[in-house]
Design a protein around this ligand. Structure first.
Ligand code: ATP
Ligand code: MG
Length: 360
């Protein structure tokens, strides 16, 4: 994958529900930053969604992966909608993309911004600022297993997790590298080695061994149950938190919820080697309960766009977007209802674009 710095080729998959409402707002914010920094976008939109599934029986065409492979990055809204079972939308689009492009890192920052009411008593901006590093292609998200004696009273369902040495080591190393690059140099590992007999003691062992190569990083580990409690009790303790596919998923909804809204949080599905395109999306889903109302918070999508720029080696684009987001939140005049305001999606998006344009 060669990156042509003047024109960036992005595959856009708005998807379902509010995905279709927030993605255009993210595109306009990226274009605004691009105008400042001489970066142009070539957008190619794919209407792959649950609607497509109803029409064709597939979430994306058979050669979908091949089509996406030609792009510098993928910008995704959300997929999944009532009427299509969740496992179909997930296994029909999201998981194949993550796996085909070996996007084995799911990086999810959690930060409390000035201007956003925090549900945790006494927490100030600056108190909450950490990363969840989620393993993104193996672990508990597996289709290995099955059902025996189906339809009888002896039914047995088995579901296997898969932890490879390569897969486990590379995500743990990524998390250590990230911790090493930060001021606190603190890594917490999510485990459940008291209850999960094979995979979690293995995970803990790999963390302990890899830790020996990072003597400057302070490491600890927590069982997932107390770890979730600690996110709420003392979020300021955390710096980088690494977890398996399932644990990372849970932590990366809980973390942003502790900062006032999950809707602000981005999710970067990264192929660190840049052999394949990486994919950037908000953490939130298609939110059927508010879809069509025009009130979805677009900031998770805008922040995901900023992470996309960072990944593509354009830190000044990233910084423009983040500074604009921070100033709009600080002023708190254009907040969507999930953040306690009354603005709609387009008004908040327009405020971000204006902040990018007016920045020094
Ligand atoms: P998924 O399984 O795809 O992660 P989910 O079941 O976790 O989806 P979401 O679609 O993320 O659910 O929605 C969870 C709640 O958060 C809903 O009440 C929804 O309205 C709210 N929500 C999600 N995204 C936004 C947003 N961008 N703006 C405002 N509210 C949102
Ligand atoms: Mg969710």
């Amino acid at each position: 994958m060669e990156l042509n710095m003047s024109t960036i080729k992005i595959a856009v998959i708005p998807g379902d529900g509010i995905g279709k409402e927030v993605i255009p707002v993210g595109m306009r914010a990226l274009e605004a930053a691009g105008r400042k920094h001489g970066v142009e976008f070539e957008w190619t939109e794919f209407n792959w969604s649950c609607e497509t599934y109803h029409q064709t029986g597939r979430m994306m065409p058979e050669d979908g992966i091949e089509q996406l492979s030609k792009f510098d990055a993928i910008y995704l809204g959300a997929v999944g909608f009532p009427g299509v079972p969740d496992h179909i939308s997930l296994w029909g689009l999201l998981l194949p993309i993550r796996r085909a492009f070996d996007q084995y890192v799911n990086l999810r920052p959690v930060r409390l911004f000035e201007g956003v009411p925090c549900p945790l008593v006494g927490k100030q901006p600056g108190d909450i600022d950490f990363y969840v590093v989620r393993e993104n292609v193996e672990g508990e998200y597996s289709s290995i297993g099955g059902i025996q004696y189906e339809g009888t009273e002896h039914e047995i369902v088995s579901q296997q997790s898969l932890f490879t040495r390569r897969g486990t080591d590379r995500i743990i190393k990524y998390a250590f590298d990230l911790a090493q690059s930060r001021a606190k140099k603190h890594l917490s590992s999510a485990t459940k080695s008291n209850g999960i007999y094979h995979s979690m003691p293995y995970w803990d062992g790999r963390v302990a061994e890899i830790a020996q190569s990072y003597p400057e990083v302070n490491v600890d580990q927590f069982h997932i149950d107390i770890l979730t409690a600690n996110f709420v009790r003392m979020p300021e303790f955390f710096d980088v938190v690494v977890g398996s596919n399932l644990f990372g998923d849970i932590l990366s909804d809980l973390g942003p919820a502790c900062t006032g809204t999950i809707a602000i949080a981005p999710s970067a599905n990264i192929n660190p080697e840049k052999t394949f395109p990486s994919m950037f999306e908000p953490v939130h889903g298609s939110a059927p309960d508010i879809a069509g109302q025009g009130i979805a918070n677009p900031l998770g999508t805008i922040w995901a766009g900023a992470m996309m720029m960072q990944h593509l080696g354009l830190p000044e684009m990233h910084d423009s977007l983040m500074q604009a987001m921070e100033s709009v939140l600080r002023e708190a005049e254009h907040l969507t209802p999930d953040m306690g305001g009354q603005a709609n999606t387009l008004a908040l998006g327009a405020a971000v674009v204006a902040a990018i344009e007016h920045a020094a």
